[in-house]
Write a protein of this length. Structure first.
Length: 114
C-alpha cells in the first residue's frame, strides 16, 4: 500500500516519477478526499485515535466534551488525518482527567478555523 497527495500520472508524464514504479503501484487506486471535505469523519476518527493513543500511553481514554468536539469540527485540518491523530495523541498526553479538556487540543485547532 502506498499513499500520496500528488497526481502520479502527471508526475510520470513530466518525468518526475518512474513509469515502471507507477505501474507497479497502480494495482488498485483509491481516491480519498482530504479530511476538510469529510467533516462527518472528524469526530469518529478522533474517538478512535483517542482510544488508540490512551492504550499506547497506558492511560484512560479521555472523552470529547462538546467544546472540544466543536473545536475539532471547525478546524480545517491542513495536515489531514495525520494532524488529527497527532492532536489526539497530544490530547491524551496532556489530559488531566476523564474528559478531554479544551486546552489539550486548543493549540492544534486554534490556528485555522473554517
Amino acid at each position: 500500500m502506498a499513499a500520496t497527495n500528488r497526481p502520479l500520472a502527471e508526475e510520470v508524464a513530466v518525468g518526475r516519477f518512474r513509469k515502471d514504479l507507477y505501474y507497479r503501484l497502480r494495482v488498485v487506486e483509491l481516491t480519498v478526499p482530504p479530511l476538510r471535505e469529510r467533516s462527518e469523519d472528524i469526530l469518529p476518527l478522533a474517538r478512535v485515535f483517542l482510544v488508540d493513543a490512551a492504550r499506547q500511553q497506558g492511560r484512560p481514554a479521555p472523552g470529547l466534551g462538546a467544546d472540544v468536539a466543536d473545536q475539532l469540527q471547525r478546524h480545517d485540518w491542513p495536515g489531514n488525518v495525520r494532524e488529527l491523530r497527532n492532536a489526539m495523541e497530544r490530547g491524551v498526553a496532556l489530559s488531566r482527567g476523564p474528559r478531554g479538556k479544551l486546552k489539550s487540543y486548543e493549540r492544534e485547532t486554534r490556528r485555522r478555523k473554517r
